[in-house]
Design a protein around this ligand. Sequence first.
Ligand code: AP5
Length: 216
Amino acid sequence: MRVILLGAPGAGKGTQGKKIQEKTGIAVLVMGNILREAVRSNDKIGVEVSQYITKGELVPDQLVTSLIVTRLQQKDCQDKGFLLDGFPRTSEQAKSLDKEMAARKIKLDHVLYYVIPDEIAISRIIGRRICSNCDTVYHLQNNPPAKENICDVCGSKLSQREDDNPEVISKRLATYYAKTTPLLQYYEKQKLLRQIPANRPIDLIFQETLKVLGVR
Ligand code: AP5
């Protein structure tokens, strides 16, 4: 199965992607996590990437595409397929992905679009906390850890993403509308797009997601 998750920042792509991974064992490639890992390594690419992320701007197409294409060549993506969260985000990236898949004679099965009003997305991002060690995602009110500020999975401390502040969030939303929403039409034309209302409890969205994916 090969799947793309689309939706505004804070729509819940990462949350649903994790649950799909747990249920199906599919390889989940989270572009934001791949980029944040590059930033943590503090090498030349990481320093370049950081300049875009902290401003809420997109990292250049060529760079993100080469990172994803390299990752797609790994065995886990070939065994059970893959789920892409946060890639593609521009028409250029979508075309590059199509080319890459055509070269390997594989096709996408589903593009899921999680639909959410901006004000809900913003409140989700403001309350989000992330494990500094294993990247597990929490929310102060909607999805809190059992122990305050401590990750349920690995016991490490939680922190807030550097780009989860009001100024950068508005920039990310504006970037999303300008650069990423044209992809809705792109995949609609390919008859792959399925809308899923995302202003609902996590488990309800997950049930609908599994139904759309045809997973029992
Ligand atoms: P990225 O990390 O991908 O951020 P994003 O798209 O802005 O998405 P988010 O991670 O903010 O939200 P999400 O939809 O995953 O929501 P989540 O499940 O965490 O990208 C960051 C940056 O990297 C970009 O700005 C850009 O600079 C760069 N970048 C990334 N990809 C790129 C690309 N392809 N090209 C160029 N640059 C790129 O949920 C949010 C919160 O809500 C959590 O706290 C969660 O617990 C809670 N929550 C989730 N679902 C629900 C629910 N149903 N009800 C209540 N609360 C919920």
